[in-house]
Design a protein around this ligand. Structure first.
Ligand code: AMP
Length: 282
């Protein structure tokens, strides 16, 4: 696997691949790789001649300095995992490479209302930071396709919006959430759970599955109350939000629409760790 720390070097290499007629898929990550990330790499390889992964812990999407500091970093292991997955190229820039003019002068993208609802409301500035870094990465890499995890559903919607605003031709491929044996969605943050919290964290997916099973037979308000009650009963647990949105437009919903899929999104604090998950109900 080729590893480039400078955008210019990566672009030179990518240019050579394009001249050979190769198609390019891109998997952006913040490292601390797990099977969820690797599933994106695999899908990317199936659908493109060349697979480019990036590892960049993007400071502008952290609204909490302590969270940025505590974010797990396992670079040697990441390189091993990507090499054994036969990823073609890794872009692993320093902060100065991505933000040569500093991290305070960001472009303001029109993400409304995505950046001020649910995840955006709880983490002010988060999605502007995500949009800024993905915009820079897409400008550098210019992939045919970008591979994103369903686990971060609202983020997928933000990146779709960014691509439309910037008239990029990159196609978004949303990939299914990969789960541990007990159903907990893989996340780089899971390693920060205590053994007790880790056991209780499995309840998030159990609660979502119940929502999905009961679906349209109950009102959204009842399903929401029931799931929040179940999760808040766990020790050290606080539900930040549990809400229903149109799976395509991400418009918030109070009632079941006819003939449109719905996504139930949840954010849960377990001690000091914030976990996200969702389920799509057709
Ligand atoms: P992150 O490194 O957490 O920024 O995630 C990088 C990409 O991997 C994002 O598109 C995530 O949505 C995706 N991802 C994270 N966890 C999972 C998972 N458990 N299953 C599938 N994709 C995931």
């Amino acid at each position: 696997m080729y590893i480039f720390r400078k955008a210019r070097q990566l672009q030179n290499w990518l240019h050579q691949q394009r001249q050979r007629g190769k198609t390019l898929g891109f998997v952006p990550t913040m490292g601390a790789l797990h099977p969820g990330h690797i599933s994106l790499i695999r899908r990317c390889q199936q659908e493109n001649d060349c697979c480019c992964c990036s590892i960049f812990v993007n400071p502008t999407q952290f609204n909490d300095a302590a969270d940025l500091h505590a974010y797990p970093r396992t670079p040697e292991r990441d390189v091993e995992l990507l090499t054994s997955a036969a990823c073609d190229v890794l872009f692993w820039p320093e902060v100065e490479e991505m933000y040569p003019e500093g991290t305070t002068h960001l472009t303001s993208f029109d993400l409304a209302p995505l950046d001020t609802m649910l995840e955006g409301l709880s983490r002010p500035g988060h999605f502007q930071g995500v949009a800024n870094v993905v915009d820079r990465l897409l400008r550098i890499i210019e992939p045919e396709r970008i591979y994103l995890g369903q686990k971060d559903y609202q983020q997928v919607k933000v990146i779709e919006r960014l691509i439309a605003l910037q008239n990029y031709t990159t196609q978004v491929v949303m990939c299914a959430t990969v789960r541990e044996a007990d159903g907990l969605a893989y996340s780089s943050r899971n390693v920060r759970l205590s053994p007790e919290q880790r056991v209780h964290a499995a309840e998030i997916w159990i609660a979502l599955q119940q929502v999905s099973r009961e679906g349209r037979s109950k009102s959204m308000a009842d399903l929401q109350r029931q799931a929040i009650h179940r999760l808040q009963g766990l020790p050290e647990t606080r539900v930040d939000y549990l809400a229903f949105c149109d799976a395509e437009t991400f418009a918030p919903l109070q009632q079941w629409p006819e003939d449109r899929p719905v996504v139930c999104v949840v954010a849960v604090w377990m001690g000091g760790v914030r976990l996200l998950d969702n389920v799509v109900i057709s």
